[in-house]
Design a protein around this ligand. Structure first.
Ligand code: PLI
Length: 459
């Protein structure tokens, strides 16, 4: 029998109107934004693929959950619903809500990292690394080399390289490593999964060295889907089962609920150790709010609890990743260089290949992202040298091998037709790529510079 197509496991009940702007309006908008797509007004954007964070479409069940908000300052029933849901689906016993993922990163970094510590991870993430550094730590990349190679077809580019980990222990000693931070479906590598086998091996390694294993579980459901599709022994397991198994291999987790769990705001820190929970409760009241709401309204915790149950549904995740794959395949078949294999939440354009005439110091991915907006009103995000920032000790720019533009697909928001228009826009930009010029900073913030930096064209 021929392979059956997937279809979205929902129908649309309400729509938000969007409109295409004129080329003149877009030129003015991108100039005013200093060629930074973060600084564009949303109303000037046609198809918004900046991020998948906080921009998903909630279900009718989630919206009805909003009406069930218990906004008590202390002990909201929605908190207990969230806590129980986290334990049921993600295995962690204790949950500390935070306003979003970086709130949880701040707390875990402050609690566990001391000056001079090292924190290994399977590739950096911008806010994660910054909080580690602010707490006095140094991030160390221990992902496999294939993760830095856009053309490698490795099915699990999020895997940890144990030689790199062993070398770090040898150099600094296990007592200088408070924890290892492992992301599922590694964002900066192109939405690439870690395998269950690699995570199990890491669990054993951590036990041997007495090092804690922390899980950035922001996109764990997408990782679980790739395991189901690619890893031997998991074909008959549900995404829900795989998600639970992944989480239960780790000691604690930080979560940005704005991705997998399809809410507009929220996050949490979760763990199994009661002592660690106690300390996190002490700190959350300083930065976020009481431990039964963190930074969240009761209604948002309710929508989140419902979103978690929807996020691990096999039909949902198949359609979600399927839509990303649809866009990626269209671009690939037109000869557009993208990161392989196609990731879980986004298609990443290889700006080095598309703009070989722009050196990395002139920010090719930033320039490509601005050019794509100008062409079509499609908003994307730079994930290259600008996002990588500067080394905290030397002040030099990090020069990542991956110089990418991310076309990030919000969950349950756009249709296949939007993907077609996006693909056509990228192909049009590719055809006149030699006319695209590099950029230089006119304003460079000290930290997380990609959010607010401004640029001008280098002519
Ligand atoms: O944006 P937050 O503070 O809710 O979460 C921070 C965060 C942590 N880990 C990972 C893997 C992320 O992707 C992440 C946020 N990502 C954003 C905003 C993105 O556009 O990818």
């Amino acid at each position: 029998m021929a392979r059956r197509s997937w279809a979205e496991p929902y129908k649309i009940k309400m729509v938000e109107l969007i409109k295409m702007s004129s080329p003149e309006d877009r030129l003015q908008a991108i100039r005013e934004a200093g060629y930074n797509t973060f600084l564009l007004k949303s109303e000037d954007v046609y198809i918004d693929l900046l991020t998948d964070s906080g921009v998903g479409a909630m279900s009718d069940r989630q919206w009805s959950g909003l009406m069930m908000g218990d906004e008590a300052y202390a002990g909201s029933r929605n908190f207990y619903h969230l806590r129980d849901t986290v334990e049921q689906y993600y295995s962690y016993k204790y949950t500390v809500p935070t306003h979003q993922g970086r709130g949880a990163e701040n707390i875990i970094s402050q609690l566990l990292i001391s000056d001079g510590d090292y924190v290994p991870g399977n590739m950096y993430f911008t806010t994660t690394r910054l909080h580690q550094e602010l707490a006095g730590g140094t991030f160390v990349d221990v992902v496999i080399d294939e993760a830095h190679d856009p053309s490698s077809e490795h099915p699990f580019k999020g895997n940890v390289d144990f030689d790199k980990l062993d070398a770090l222990v040898e150099k600094v000693g296990a007592e200088k490593i408070p924890y290892i931070c492992i992301a599922t479906c590694v964002n900066m590598a192109g939405g690439q999964p870690i395998s269950m086998a690699n995570l199990k091996q890491l669990r054993t390694w951590c036990d041997k060295h007495g090092i804690m294993l922390v899980h950035d579980m922001t996109r764990v459901a997408e990782n679980a889907y790739f395991i189901q599709q690619r890893e031997e022994g998991y074909q008959d397991a549900s995404v829900q089962q795989i998600v639970y198994e992944l989480c239960s291999l780790t000691d604690a987790a930080t979560m940005s609920s704005k991705k997998d769990a399809m809410v507009n705001i929220g996050g949490f820190l979760a763990m199994n150790d009661p002592k660690f929970y106690e300390r996190a409760c002490e700190l959350v009241v300083v930065y976020e709010g009481l431990h039964t709401y963190g930074g969240m309204a009761g209604r948002d915790m309710e929508a989140l609890a419902i979103g978690i149950t929807e996020s691990v549904d096999d039909q949902h995740i198949r359609a979600r990743v399927g839509q990303v794959e649809y866009l990626g395949e269209k671009l690939k078949s037109a000869g557009v260089p993208i990161v392989n294999p196609i990731g879980g939440h986004a298609v990443f354009l290889n700006a080095r290949k598309i703009l070989p005439h722009i050196p990395q110091e002139r920010f090719p991915a930033q320039a490509l992202s601005a050019a794509l907006y100008l062409e079509s009103g499609v908003r994307s995000m730079e994930r290259g040298v600008v996002s990588a920032g500067r080394n905290k000790d030397t002040g030099e720019n990090y020069m990542p091998k991956l110089e990418l533009v991310r076309l990030t697909i919000p969950r349950r928001v756009y249709t296949q037709a939007h993907m077609d228009v996006t693909a056509e826009s990228v192909i049009d930009v590719m055809e006149r790529a030699d006319q695209i010029k590099g950029l230089r900073f006119t304003y460079e913030p000290e930290v997380l510079r990609f959010f607010q930096a401004r640029f001008e064209l280098v002519t």
